[in-house]
Design a protein around this ligand. Structure first.
Ligand SMILES: *[C@@H]1O[C@H](CO)[C@@H](O)[C@H](O)[C@H]1NC(C)=O
Ligand SMILES: *[C@@H]1O[C@H](CO)[C@@H](O)[C@H](O)[C@H]1NC(C)=O
Ligand SMILES: *[C@@H]1O[C@H](CO)[C@@H](O)[C@H](O)[C@H]1NC(C)=O
Ligand SMILES: *[C@@H]1O[C@H](CO)[C@@H](O)[C@H](O)[C@H]1NC(C)=O
Length: 913
């Protein structure tokens, strides 16, 4: 029986037995969890009519606590009276499953925290982290005992469950008072998607100074905070008439929120400013909700306003009467030291600007890769079957800092992590060995020794083809050992340990203690054949491989000509395994250096053909270039160490007294730079899809340098001129002359001389001499922008600005068409282009810390390709007029009245409403 067949049934059984029954939602699809109340209990909040359930069905660690009596009188919501605290374990996770959560759906997820001196310690300010699944969500800073704090995100569930994890950062015991899960229809908050969640900074109901608005006034139960920081020259306006939403509106702001607004008195301008929090994500999505609430018909009054973001003209709005309009951006505002938003009456307007509601979000990148879904399911079943506590919460392998105790995982490039070892030795396991173990299909080591396991050994274990060790020592197993496992063991593929199982039978007839089988003890002729044939084949293969190796080795002349002084200093470290050419051979190959492919500071590159007519590129170091020798040798050294299909490969070299040359595979389509600037391919432009593939290929090459090489290698000169294209336009990174290996643990490096190419240079490296792999990410980002725009890294003409700045300025006006290479003639998916621009801009963030890793970049690019492939044309919801940024003339913002906003995770005087 195929074990997979049983999963759904087992899963259903396991869920039924694990108290999942209490994971039900109410009629609205809301799930409201009150943490720390008695297991199984529930109640309906009399004010909101929302039902709350105990958190016991969602987590099995932590301890229930009551807040101190001194604070009981302070709270206005029952949820704050109790909490669950996590004195043990670094990461503790709630798992929220169906029916509250379905894969691919969008949710508003909110966590509440009220300290209330529950531990009697009158605690100092404390803080801990909140993760959503494998991604960092927010930091909870608890400053006072009588304040409640909330964290909120709008996220798409990328698995069949959402997990909310509290992570101890060494600054206090994590605790939580409540969790709310609210389903959102897909079209709401278009900026939240599978690869990016929005994290709430705050959400204000402008013109309302004291009351919070929640469900039922807001059917999706957002919390709208009162705005109580108006400067003296702002006034509140309101209406009793209902404000409608556009059909399929993206924000569905409730009428009661839109019915009040702020407007300046004796001024035609309204400014709001905010600063990113130190250490916080510096990316913002502001959303302005605007409606006219004064009836202007029959008057000669008019209201029109221009909106500016950090002085950049964004949009001009004439607020529609009693209809909610929204102004927002498709790309986040990124990396400004501070932000300001200004609404100014336009010259035709007789009335000042108006603002009804304002939401501000930062972002959470969904970039950590969760474990293989099959492994997650299997581990969940194993955990439930044996009621294992430990730190088994959240994702089993990811992030690697929180891997479950007793597991080993592999992390390979952008693939999901896999479980490779499961050690439950001496863990008090009882009952039978669950079949779920056999679903861990990448498992190599399985140690279940010294438990009280009974029953027989499942046949299915033999289906784990990678299994190397199975240790069942010291249990109460009975029945016979599956033949398939015995065979694996006798073939030397598996180490099988079965000692100390007194009831285990050898073959179903005799029931003696079975000694661990000896590897070389072959019992039947069949097994002999089974065993010997593969071994012979293997030996034959090894012999062939060895011969091939050997032949290559003979040609590669490991002996260095003692007369050859050229390489003397570096001979020890430079051990080229590739073919060695003589200068005369090179003359033949290149037909006496006839065809020049390119020229560099070091010398020239020539076209050549080997004896078997394989084309090659021969890079000769010119004799006058003394400085190039070092780089030349460095390149040779690196290239013999790195091998990847997206890195140009070395065929051989020549090292004679006066002739130093490197011979590479020939890349017939030349450099990416030539293609983008129309100097190749008969001037025909690369298509969008070709560009995406080139972007992915190059990213793979770089990722390999960072992740696949030990020690990792920083290329230091990533640019379109160093990306070569094969006949089929497969991209490979070339020119490793400036590359540097990182030998230090710290993963960064002070370099004495900044090298690289202007326009591609990491500004942080340039300023601090601090070299890191993120420097290549920066340069790669510039290449990605070149692919998108077709422009060089420094935009020529009067502007002469860096390409990233040029793109950012244009994107701030909300128009991707202004940015994408006109040679594409509109032949690309808009969403895909936005996403690529977003990735590129992240790569070119000023601070290296804010740049993604190549692994993340690669994952995002692959998603972009999927967008392109599926001609994903759904809700690209944002029409230009609603866009936050569009073109309006310049304006000066000197000396205007303004009001600063700050992040308010804190709400004093909590209320259930
Ligand atoms: C919390 O208070 C309730 C009632 O006041 C009590 O029954 C319960 O045992 C308390 N729980 C804890 C953990 O102290
Ligand atoms: C708004 O931001 C822009 C760009 O950062 C800056 O030049 C301007 O002075 C700011 N205005 C205010 C009122 O802070
Ligand atoms: C505002 O005035 C400008 C000219 O000053 C005119 O072009 C524009 O159409 C006017 N806008 C509205 C909404 O009346
Ligand atoms: C499993 O863990 C036990 C206890 O930590 C250890 O003795 C044993 O060697 C481990 N097994 C494997 C296969 O590593």
């Amino acid at each position: 029986m195929d074990s997979r067949f049983w999963w759904p049934i087992l899963l259903a059984l396991a869920m039924a037995s694990a108290g999942v029954r209490s994971q039900s939602t109410d009629a609205l699809g809301f799930l409201s969890i009150d943490c720390g109340i008695e297991s199984g209990s529930s109640y309906v909040d009399p004010i909101s009519n929302i039902s709350y359930v105990s958190d016991a069905g969602f987590i099995d660690t932590g301890v229930n606590r009551n807040i101190s009596v001194a604070y009981v009188g302070e709270v206005r919501a029952r949820r704050y009276l109790t909490l669950r605290a996590f004195p043990n374990g670094t990461r503790n996770c709630y798992i929220i499953r169906s029916p509250a959560v379905a894969r691919g759906s969008k949710y508003l997820l909110r966590a509440w925290f009220f300290y209330g001196n529950y531990d009697g310690l009158n605690g100092q300010p404390q803080s801990f982290d909140l993760h959503l699944g494998v991604n960092y969500w927010d930091r909870v800073n608890v400053i006072t005992a009588e304040s409640s704090y909330r964290a909120e995100t709008i996220a798409v569930a990328t698995a069949r469950y959402l997990s909310v994890c509290l992570v101890n950062t060494g600054a206090g015991t994590p605790f939580i008072s409540g969790i709310d899960v609210r389903p959102l229809r897909d079209g709401l908050y278009p900026a939240a998607n599978a690869w990016r969640s929005l994290v709430m900074f705050n959400r204000w109901n402008m013109g309302e100074e004291s009351d919070f608005v929640r469900y039922p006034a807001d059917p999706i139960d957002r919390v709208w905070s009162p705005w109580n920081s108006s400067p003296s020259n702002w006034s509140n306006v309101s209406t009793n008439s209902t404000v409608q939403n556009f059909p399929q509106d993206f924000f569905a702001v409730p009428s009661v929120v839109m019915q009040s607004a702020v407007t300046p008195i004796n001024s035609s301008i309204l400014v709001i400013t905010w600063d990113p929090l130190p250490g916080d994500v510096n990316q913002f999505f502001p959303i302005l909700h605007i409606s006219e609430i004064v009836d202007l018909s029959g008057t000669n009054q008019s209201r029109q306003m221009n909106i500016y973001v950090n002085g950049i003209p964004a949009n001009t709005v004439t607020p529609p009467y009693l209809v909610a309009d929204a102004i927002y951006g498709e790309v986040p505002l990124v990396s400004f030291p501070s932000y300001n938003l200004s609404l100014e009456a336009s010259s035709n307007s007789t009335l000042p600007p108006i603002l009804n509601a304002f939401e501000l979000y930062t972002t959470m990148s969904n970039t950590s890769v969760p474990s293989d879904a099959g492994d997650v399911d299997a581990m969940t079943l194993i955990k439930e079957r044996y009621r294992i506590q430990r730190n088994w919460m959240g994702d089993p392998c990811s992030p690697s800092a929180f891997v479950w105790d007793g597991l080993n995982c592999t992390y390979r490039l952008s693939n999901p992590p896999r479980v490779t070892a499961l050690n439950l030795s001496a863990s008090g396991l009882t009952g039978e060995i669950t079949n779920s173990v056999a679903s861990l299909s990448a498992l190599r080591y399985l140690d279940l020794s010294y438990n009280n396991l009974t029953g027989s050994i499942p046949d299915d274990l033999a289906n784990i083809s990678s299994l190397k060790l199975l240790d069942l020592t010291g249990n109460q197993l009975n029945g016979s050992v599956p033949l398939s496992l015995l065979e694996m063991s006798q073939n030397g593929l598996l180490t099988l340990r079965l000692d100390g199982n007194p009831h285990l039978c050898n073959n179903g007839t005799s029931c003696n203690v079975m000694p661990a089988p000896k590897k070389k003890k072959i019992s039947t002729p069949v097994i002999v054949i089974l065993c010997i044939v593969p071994v012979l084949i293997l030996l034959a293969v090894i012999a062939i491989v060895w011969r091939v190796r050997k032949t290559q080795g003979l040609r590669s002349g490991s002996s260095v000509d003692p007369q050859n002084g050229f390489l003397k200093q570096t001979d020890n470290s430079l051990q080229l395994e590739n073919r060695q050419f003589t200068y005369r051979e090179l003359q033949n190959i290149t037909n006496n250096f006839q065809k020049i492919l390119g020229k560099g500071g070091f010398g020239s590159v020539f076209h050549g053909r080997l004896e078997d007519s394989t084309q090659v590129a021969v890079k000769m170091l010119s004799q006058s270039s003394s400085q190039g020798t070092k780089e030349f040798l460095a390149e040779a050294q690196h290239l013999t160490r790195v091998h990847h299909r997206n890195l140009v490969s070395l065929v051989g070299y020549c090292k004679e007294v006066n002739h130093l040359a490197l011979v590479y595979e020939f890349m017939s389509q030349g450099t990416l730079q030539d293609h983008l600037r129309g100097r190749a391919n008969n001037g025909r432009a690369l298509s969008w899809r070709q560009r995406l593939h080139i972007a992915i290929d190059s990213a793979q090459g770089l990722e390999y340098l960072q992740k696949g090489c030990k020690p990792p290698l920083v290329h230091r000169d990533v640019k379109s001129g160093n990306i070569l294209l094969s006949e089929t336009l497969e991209a490979k990174i070339a020119d490793f002359g400036l590359s540097k290996a990182f030998l230090s643990e710290a993963n960064s490096h002070i370099s004495t001389a900044v090298v690289g190419t202007p326009g591609y240079l990491d500004p942080e490296y340039y300023n601090t001499f601090q070299l890191s792999e993120k420097s290549d990410v920066y340069s790669y980002g510039v290449v990605l922008l070149e692919l998108i725009t077709g422009l060089p890294p420094i935009v020529p003409g009067t502007e002469n600005v860096l390409l990233a700045q040029w793109v950012l300025q244009r994107l701030a006006r909300g128009n991707i068409e202004d940015v994408v290479d006109p040679k594409l003639e509109g032949e690309y998916d808009i969403n895909c282009a936005w996403k690529c621009a977003d990735i590129a801009l992240k790569c070119t963030a000023q601070r290296s810390q804010q740049r993604p890793t190549m692994t993340e970049v690669l994952m995002q690019l692959k998603e972009s390709l999927e967008l392109e492939n599926s001609h994903y044309n759904t809700v690209n919801t944002v029409t230009r007029s609603e866009n936050l940024y569009s073109e309006v003339s310049d304006v000066s913002l000197n000396s205007v009245p303004e009001i600063g906003v700050s992040r308010m995770t804190e709400i004093t005087g909590p209320t259930a409403r």
